[in-house]
Write a protein that binds this ligand. Structure first.
Ligand code: FE
Length: 333
């Protein structure tokens, strides 16, 4: 029997090979994925092996080449989905069930990746120091009235690169550069830490608003230490002028080598189906991509918003230009 050696969080583990199985390289943390995998295996009897790949997904798949045991890549952000596609380590796996479940703007135009959940990039605003309606657009963040009041993580971070790429798609390079300079001029401090650290800074009185992904609110609420940070802010769904709220995805791609393609497609279909979409919504505080699947109660409480209509594959194409502008204005320094 063939044995696969895969490095996980826990170290090197030998994976037994079954007649039908699926091997997943996951950039998502194993505890977020496990309930979904368990449900799939319970329903189909197909075992799924997950290797947590924190860094170097592309390098690893390139090094393994045709001998790679991986069938599927689970990751977050259109940046990383675009990266594996551009590196040539994925293949098309378009099919009717997936196309029906995942809206066109949330999947690759060439059928090489599909979004499975969405998250909005929103503004966390201090309940006392920011009035209702005081900030409603991404463009607002460059207004000098926010001088010394904004906190953010690095703008070279994938989430902010995608936001900047979306800004570029809406307004063009010159306006985007001016916006980046304006936001930078409004920062309360140098970008550092993750999205939740910015909310902590708001709680501590260092700034009044920050950029962050929606699901972090769910994570903060669930953590006794972070709960006070969450309670100091409310969620504002900003829009682009003439557009909607920027959303990004977690998603799935098929590796080029995929030794178990048929079973892997079954897993991809399952993850885009009603049961898995509900699990995603409940455990990860994300928005299901499939129409008709309810958001969790907590997520519903954040209110309604209009997602931006730009296709993520369009945003993905503008990433290099976005990174160039972020570096040119030296945003993080
Ligand atoms: Fe995140």
């Amino acid at each position: 029997m063939r044995k696969l050696l895969v490095t996980t969080l826990l170290g090197a583990v030998a994976m037994p090979a079954f007649a039908e199985e699926v091997n997943v390289y996951s950039h998502r943390q194993p505890q977020l994925i496990q309930p979904l995998i368990d449900a799939f295996t319970a329903e189909t009897g197909i075992p799924v092996n997950i290797a947590f790949v924190d860094k170097g997904m592309v390098e690893r798949l390139q090094a393994e080449g045709d001998r790679s045991p991986a069938d599927l890549i689970l990751t977050v952000d259109v940046a990383r989905l675009g990266e594996v596609k551009d590196a040539g380590v994925t293949q098309e796996f378009r099919n009717e069930a997936l196309d029906a479940a995942v809206p066109a703007e949330l999947r690759d135009a060439d059928g090489q990746w599909y979004g499975l959940t969405t998250r909005a990039r929103i503004i966390y605003a201090n309940k006392e120091r920011v009035a209702d309606g005081e900030v409603t657009t991404y463009e607002d963040l460059a207004d000098p009235k926010w001088k010394g009041r904004i906190c953010t993580r690095s703008f070279t971070n994938d989430y902010n690169v995608a936001l900047t790429a979306a800004y570029l798609a809406h307004h063009g390079a010159e306006a985007t550069r001016t916006w980046l300079e304006g936001v930078k001029a409004n920062l309360a401090k140098k970008p550092e830490g993750g999205d939740r650290d910015q909310v902590k800074s708001i709680w501590a009185g260092e700034c009044d608003i920050s950029l962050g992904n929606t699901y972090y609110m769910g994570q903060m609420v669930a953590d006794p230490e972070q709960q006070p940070w969450a309670e100091s802010v409310r969620i504002v769904f900003p829009t682009f002028e003439g557009g909607g709220t920027h959303v990004n995805v977690s998603g799935i791609a098929m590796t080029k080598s995929a030794p178990n393609k048929d079973a892997a497609i079954k897993l991809a279909e399952f993850l885009a189906g009603d049961e898995a979409q509900k699990i995603y919504a409940e455990t990860n505080h994300e928005f299901p991509v499939k129409a008709g699947v309810a958001r969790s109660e907590l997520v519903q409480g954040w209110g309604e918003f209009t997602p931006d209509a730009l296709a993520l594959s369009e945003i993905s194409k503008l990433r290099p230009d976005a990174i160039k502008l972020i570096e040119e204005v030296d945003f993080d320094n």
